[in-house]
Design a protein around this ligand. Structure first.
Ligand SMILES: [Zn+2]
Length: 275
């Protein structure tokens, strides 16, 4: 009987000891798990995902241009005219910015490679450039953006986050398809660390087929001190833009302007939104 009590006691002790050990072990595992999946980190990450864009914006020191600087920007390319534009830029040792579109990239993949290889900025305009589609919903806009972004990356290896919205952020077309969409898109772009650029000098080459002289006069008469973000087009029909370009560059150089390409540290030029 006494022996039975001793055996029972020993077994009980072993069971109790095992329970304590198991508990202790589990507790350790739990700590490791907490270490591996730190809740604090997740909380912080969640918080960061909300605040990061603003934080990041603060960190990036935007290069404020004190001199008179010109950013030549070409929308809607590449095209059959791009090579000639690139030849002019090469001759003048100027870097510019190209806001490219999907169909043009598909057709001129060699040209877009050249744009990149010669040190210009490849920026994103739109894959479809179809206002009705992209401005019908936020989803459509961002799907279209993702497609052009992927195409550019696949051909050039450039992961561009520099954007120009078709029609500019001030266009009054988007609201016809979805009221308020431009405010939402531009906010989301900024929150997601994209940099969008409108313009403050319009060469006027979007409207019809202007003479080279008119494009030249439009442009030089609108130059001013500080940043000059010039809107031009690189499209099949825009031959007079190509023609006007060397004269615009000559005028600018003779009048003390310098040239730069857009980077993510370039101070963004934004229009007022009309939606
Ligand atoms: Zn365009």
């Amino acid at each position: 009987m006494k022996q039975k009590i001793i055996i029972t006691s020993i077994i009980s002790l072993i069971v109790i000891f095992s329970i304590i050990l198991t508990f202790h072990f589990n507790k350790k595992v739990e700590i490791v798990e907490v270490g591996e999946i730190p809740k604090a980190f997740y909380n912080q990450t969640t918080d960061l995902s909300i605040t990061m864009p603003k934080e990041k914006k603060k960190e990036i020191v935007k290069s404020v241009v004190s001199d008179n600087t010109i950013y030549l920007t070409f929308d809607d390319g590449p095209s059959s005219n791009t090579s000639q534009i690139l030849d002019t830029l090469k001759k003048e040792k100027i870097a510019a910015t190209f806001f490219v579109i999907g169909p043009a990239i598909d057709k001129y993949s060699d040209v877009i490679k050249r744009i990149h290889e010669e040190g210009h900025t490849i920026a994103l305009h739109s894959d479809t450039h179809n206002y009705k589609y992209i401005y019908s919903s936020d989803d459509n806009y961002f799907k279209d953006l993702e497609t052009i972004k992927t195409k550019v990356y696949q051909i050039t290896g450039v992961n561009s986050r520099i954007i120009r919205l078709p029609g500019g952020s001030s266009n009054t077309v988007s609201r016809k398809y979805n009221q308020g969409i431009m405010s939402r898109i531009t906010n989301k772009l900024t929150e997601n660390n994209y940099y969008y650029f409108d313009w403050n000098v319009d060469s006027g080459d979007a409207s019809g087929s202007l003479k080279a002289e008119t494009i030249y006069n439009n442009t030089i008469s609108r130059l001013h001190s500080g940043t000059n973000m010039i809107l031009m087009h690189d499209a099949e029909a825009k031959k007079t833009t190509v023609e006007a370009l060397p004269n615009i560059i000559n005028y600018a150089k003779e009048n003390g302007y310098t040239f730069a390409k857009i980077t993510k540290t370039t101070a963004e030029i934004h229009h007022h939104i009309n939606n």
